[in-house]
Design a protein around this ligand. Structure first.
Ligand code: MSP
Length: 525
């Protein structure tokens, strides 16, 4: 008999521009994606989790020039910072793609050729607005008024007037097919508010999209073509539009165009996780390119909100950019991961403040969860020779808390599938708070003097509840939950969701309990 094959789950972060060092906003997306990847693995899926860096285009070229370093050397350094950031944040990526890699450039050329063969590309000239910061073209009607009568992109980025020969993608032909696609796949764009924005933008009509530039060199060259008659100006004069280049990364990592490649079966991606400012590229251009090239579009694009810092937009000029490495050095990795996903409903904007982080850490981690573990495990250490008690007969109070714990995997699966991380965590904390109520009501420290057998039953219930809690929290706080599960006597190979159905053997010697979440005491500056 052959083993049933695991169903696969392919998810991606955006690939980050290497024009500047990573900050907490980048760490946020990567950590959220990591929680999903770890959850899907825990749930038995064959996961392919991709992250990486977007290294071409004018924005990066300009940053390299400003730094007085050649673009490739500059990209090498900053790309490494992003990889280090992912490693430092515990991001369990399976591949880190760089758009300067040969495998990626080959995939870009192959996608271009397919679009060309499908009659979707023509040569023309672009004349209009371009924002380097967004690497985006804007229509006159989209611009907003800036200072001194100037015009700005809707994002606030400076725009410049561009006039140059350009290849175009026939995006205008895709309006109806995109609308039909959104209709047939109501979950393709989430949350709903973002879906509505995309729908109204597409309903408003689409212009053909400029997909090459000729006024700078840092990018993937447009492949030479013989099929374009006398219009061919020597295509290597054209550099691919950086968004066509960047979006292709999701295919390159699967081995495209080699459909016999080991990873090709992961396509189409289950989820592209992105910030709200890049939804248009992922939810309009990307499925249009793919459908035009005869490739299945991804299943879902989920866009999350933006972090401000102490009420202000994060920016180098304000000097309030939060460095995730410094944060982890001060508070520890798991409290930071927990805070980012707990504080703000995913999809909404949020504000980062030290006070809020410290409060979550002290109240929810140190008090609610840390104390629960410490109280129950130290009673086992002192009164049960440090040995896991057997499961006893259950009272109604026991059954209530045990069933709440047993419901966690199902509740979390449902919430995490919707990227509702804050809801998932709230479900877990409901059980943690209930377990603290249970320990207070049952008072095992008092039972020690009156009913030793009942005391052991209560402590065993508490271990079983915490085992479920720590198991489902692993994707959020992998390091601390590893320590907690070890203290609860759960073997390393028995920490999957399915393993919760098998009771822990009584009589296991538990390690001496040690605090998992220290309180953070703010020292005066
Ligand atoms: N290179 C493009 C993406 C190409 S994907 C094919 C890009 N890069 S970026 O470096 O600007 O990263 C943008 C992403 O970083 C956002 O979409 C978001 O995921 C994350 N964030 C950057 N700043 C952020 C905040 N202030 N808050 C939350 N997330 C933020 O766009």
């Amino acid at each position: 008999m052959t083993e049933p094959t695991k169903s696969s789950f392919y998810l991606t972060t955006p690939i980050y521009y290497v024009n500047g060092e990573p900050h907490i906003g980048h760490a946020y997306t990567s950590i959220a994606a990591d929680v999903l990847a770890r959850w899907q693995r825990l749930d038995g899926k064959d996961v392919f989790f991709l992250t990486g860096t977007d290294e071409h285009g004018q924005k990066v070229e300009k940053a390299a020039l400003d730094a007085g370093i050649a673009p490739q050397a500059f990209a090498d350094t900053v790309s490494k910072s992003f990889r280090d950031m992912a490693d430092a944040m515990g991001v369990s990526y399976d591949d880190f793609i760089r758009t300067t890699e040969p495998r990626h450039k080959e995939a870009c050329a192959a996608l271009w050729r397919r679009l060309e063969a499908a009659g979707q590309i023509y040569l023309g000239a672009y004349e209009g607005w371009y924002a380097i910061r967004d690497e985006a073209f804007y229509g006159e009607d989209e611009l907003i008024a800036g200072p001194n009568g100037s015009k700005l992109a809707p994002s606030g980025a400076t725009v410049e007037w561009v006039r140059e020969p350009s290849y175009f993608f026939r995006l205008s032909e895709w309006q109806d097919r995109l609308l039909a696609f959104y209709e047939a796949h109501p979950d393709f764009i989430a949350p709903q508010a973002r879906r509505n924005e995309v729908l109204s933008f597409v309903r408003g009509g689409l212009n053909d999209l400029s997909i090459s530039r000729t006024t700078f060199r840092w990018g993937v060259k447009v492949p030479r073509s013989d099929d374009m008659g006398d219009q061919v100006p020597g295509d290597p004069a054209h550099i691919m539009y950086v968004w066509l280049d960047a979006l292709t990364n999701y295919l390159s990592a699967c081995g495209f165009p080699d459909e016999t490649a080991e990873r090709w079966h992961y396509w189409p991606a289950n989820l592209h996780l992105v910030g709200k400012e890049i939804v248009r590229f992922h939810a309009i251009y990307w499925p249009a390119f793919l459908m035009a090239a005869g490739i299945a579009p991804p299943k879902r694009v989920y866009s999350h909100g933006w972090w401000t810092v102490e009420g202000e937009k994060m920016s180098k000029s304000v000097g309030n950019v939060v460095d995730p490495n410094a944060l982890v050095a001060e508070f520890g990795l798991d409290p930071v991961r927990f805070f980012l996903l707990r504080e703000v409903p995913f999809g909404n904007d949020g504000d980062f403040s030290r006070r809020a982080l410290i409060s979550r850490m002290n109240v929810e981690l140190a008090n609610d969860l840390g104390n629960l573990a410490q109280r129950s495990l130290s009673l086992i250490a002192r009164n049960c020779d440090g040995v896991l008690p057997a499961q006893g007969a259950h009272t109604e109070d026991d059954t209530i808390i045990l069933s709440a714990a047993a419901a966690l995997p199902g509740l979390l699966r449902a919430a995490i599938t919707r990227c509702a991380f804050h809801e998932a965590l709230e479900e877990v904390w409901k059980v943690i708070r209930a377990a603290n109520g249970y320990i207070d009501r049952q008072a095992p420290w008092a039972l020690k003097k009156t009913d030793l057998a009942r005391m052991a039953d209560v402590l065993r219930v508490l271990v079983d509840v915490q085992r479920a809690v720590a198991t489902v929290l692993q994707p959020f706080m992998p390091g601390s939950m590893d320590r907690m599960l070890t203290q609860l006597g759960v073997p390393a190979q028995g920490r999957g969701l399915d393993d919760l159905a098998t009771p822990l053997p009584a009589g296991t010697q538990l390690p001496a309990p040690a605090g998992i979440f220290p309180r953070h005491i703010e020292t005066a500056p």
